[in-house]
Design a protein around this ligand. Structure first.
Ligand code: NDP
Length: 317
């Protein structure tokens, strides 16, 4: 059997959200000829968002997909090689580092910038799997179209849940928000928008016990004030059930070499994207449990790129 060919590079970037593309723009402008693997979701989480109103420089807002296309174009323009592929294994026990793509392609790299982002969480109900694609979704912008003039629910009370609820309210007949506490965690401006929207009804202090339906989803079994004296179980007739309860960092493949916090976020040296390994950097949501914004991801991608350049200058001297 022929031995797998190993491709060598100075700078390997994994992930194609704002962190990955910003790292790519900076390292390619520094003549480091980076190779970027897009990962599971090309363009990252922003491609599933609607309008982005808080990315500096876009006074009229920009949709997530367009922003990511622009970032990609900018990275490619300066020499980044963007490829499809997912990191399936790595060996970071010695330099140069080894990274396996899609279980077959071997890359050997002097520096590695991990920008693998985070993935949507599910409640863990067995019914979620049963109705996946038949009423259950974790992306309103991807699937909202199928629920025009129907009744839907969004689980969660954060900014994402509010954003999803508002998006769905533009399509659906009625949008319920299932919120487990008696308040929304979202920013004031988003709270105001959902609370004032005529099509959105918020069910506070409410949890989901299960889902029901024959083939397609027909509703959710809910409980208000679970475990308390006034506990009340009831069913809600809905066609769509959208999860928006946060994200899990995509750090699994690097965990045996790099420390993480209790939720799996990669740990970096305070105020830098440096990991414990020289030449290995982590940027964006995979290393950020606090801010998780497109602009902060882009910023840490930039910092990682500058650190890549500094590191290569040191080892090449
Ligand atoms: P958050 O962690 O902010 O919110 C998650 C929500 O889901 C909370 O209301 C939480 O409830 C709820 N939740 C979590 N687990 C469960 C569960 N098992 N059952 C029921 N409910 C659950 O996540 P987001 O994705 O909303 O936001 C992540 C970050 O991104 C935040 O910093 C946010 O500000 C930012 N963001 C900013 C946007 C913008 O500025 N345009 C848009 C979207 C996100 P509880 O409150 O009870 O913990």
């Amino acid at each position: 059997m022929a031995e797998t060919e190993i491709e060598k590079t100075k700078c390997l970037i994994v992930g194609s959200g704002p962190a990955g593309y910003t790292a790519a723009i900076y390292t390619s402008r520094a003549n480091l000829s980076p190779v970027l693997y897009e990962g599971i979701q090309a363009g990252g989480q922003l491609t599933t968002t609607t309008e982005i109103e808080n990315f500096p420089g876009y006074a009229d807002g920009i949709d997530g997909f367009t922003l990511m296309e622009q970032l990609k174009k900018q990275a490619v323009k300066y020499g980044t090689e963007v490829r499809r592929g997912v990191v399936t294994a790595c060996n970071l026990s010695q330099t140069p580092y080894r990274v396996t793509i899609d279980g077959k392609k071997e890359m050997e790299t002097e520096t590695l910038v991990i920008c693998t982002g985070a993935t949507a969480k599910y409640l863990g109900l067995s019914d979620e799997r049963q109705f996946m694609g038949k009423g259950v979704s974790a992306c309103a912008t991807c699937d909202g179209f199928f629920y025009r003039k129907k009744d839907v629910a969004v689980v969660g009370g954060g900014d994402s849940a509010c954003e999803e609820a508002l998006y769905l309210a533009g399509l659906a007949r009625k949008v319920y928000m299932i919120v487990r506490k008696d308040y929304l965690r979202a920013s004031q401006i988003m709270q105001k928008r959902v609370l004032n929207h005529p099509k959105i009804e918020i069910l506070f202090n409410t949890n989901t016990r299960g889902l029901f339906g024959d083939d397609l989803l027909e509703g959710a079994h809910l409980v208000r004030y679970p475990g308390e004296a006034q506990e009340e179980k009831f069913d809600l007739a809905i066609d769509g059930f959208f999860l928006s309860i946060g994200h899990r960092p995509n750090s699994e493949v690097f965990k045996s070499y790099l420390p993480t916090d209790e939720n799996g976020y990669l740990l970096t040296q305070a105020g830098t994207p440096k990991t414990i390994l020289p030449g290995v950097f982590a940027a964006g949501d995979v290393a950020d449990p606090h801010y998780r914004q497109a602009i902060t991801a882009a910023a840490t991608g930039c910092m990682a790129a500058i650190e890549v350049e500094r590191y290569l200058n040191t080892v090449e001297k």
